[in-house]
Design a protein around this ligand. Structure first.
Ligand code: KIV
Ligand code: NA
Length: 270
């Protein structure tokens, strides 16, 4: 079946087959991931991965829309979820709706994601009631880097569990169709998955989550430093380096282009 998956399709996967989600920022990576994944996330991690930024803070709505449109063009089946970047949704529910409407209209994607639990619940309800499917994101929320100080795992002491559980419950009650749980102690992520009626998507969370997500370039071995929760399923960095080094060498030695790569003349007529 070629119909594209929808937010309600993903919502219905609670407790079922694990949801496979991976980031993608471009048409070419989307085309490959679309064959194997249920959800493609155009994450604001693109600021760090594609643009070399230190954090996701400088990422703009225009950057997200440009890459979201590319991922839609490259995919046919997966639900495409586009991250709302820092500053595009926090000041009011109206601001959030205006930004989300631009994302849906200009990319054609099926849902947006935003960071925050209880503090974003009213906004999530406002968006969902107006036709914007929302994936929430709790636990470690990288856009809060300047108030939390560093990217570190959450809920590793039981005293810290209650607010994170309340965040997950709040976004679920507000109508989010799914929630990413990032860098949260495994027993807490497992507990939350059992508590909320919507699918949890783990990243540094728990195998008990209803799905998993990773940053594609991290799992392919294309990024220099990765958090503990990343498993390297590939080591593509050295392969790319080797190919580029060979190209440079062959251009310099005039071994490239060879006869196969150049155009001869058409045979003369008559
Ligand atoms: O921006 C991103 O890639 C994300 C995932 C890590 C969940 O938000
Ligand atoms: Na993100």
């Amino acid at each position: 079946e070629m119909r594209r998956l929808t937010a309600p399709d993903i919502r219905a996967r609670k407790g079922g087959d694990p949801i496979v989600m991976l980031t993608s920022y471009h048409a070419h990576t989307a085309r490959v991931a679309d064959q194997h994944c249920d959800v493609l996330l155009v994450g604001d991690s693109l600021g760090m991965v594609m643009h070399g930024l230190e954090t996701t803070i400088p990422v703009t709505l225009d950057m997200m829309i440009l890459q979201g449109h590319a991922v839609m063009r490259g995919s046919k089946r997966a639900l495409v979820v586009v991250d709302m970047p820092f500053g595009s949704y926090e000041s009011s529910k109206e601001q959030a709706f205006a930004s989300a409407a631009r994302v849906l209209k200009e990319t054609g994607c099926g849902a947006i994601k935003l960071e925050g639990g209880q503090r974003m619940a009213e906004t999530i309800r406002f968006l969902v009631e107006r036709g914007v499917p929302v994936m929430a994101h709790v636990g470690l929320t990288p856009q809060a880097i300047n108030t939390i100080g560093s990217f570190k795992a959450q809920g590793r002491e039981e005293a810290d569990w209650a607010p994170i559980e309340a965040d997950a419950r709040a976004v679920s009650d507000a109508g989010a169709f799914s929630v990413v749980i990032e860098a949260v102690a495994e027993p807490l992520a497992r507990k939350i998955t059992g508590q909320v009626p919507i699918p949890t998507i783990g990243i540094g969370a728990s195998p008990a989550c209803d799905g998993q997500v990773l940053v594609m370039e991290d799992m392919l071995g294309l990024t220099p430093r990765v958090p503990k929760f990343v498993k390297r399923y590939g080591d593509l960095g050295p392969g790319i380096e080797k190919a580029i080094a060979s190209y440079a060498e062959e251009v310099r030695s005039r071994a490239f282009p060879a006869a196969d790569h150049v155009y001869g003349m058409k045979p003369k007529k008559g």
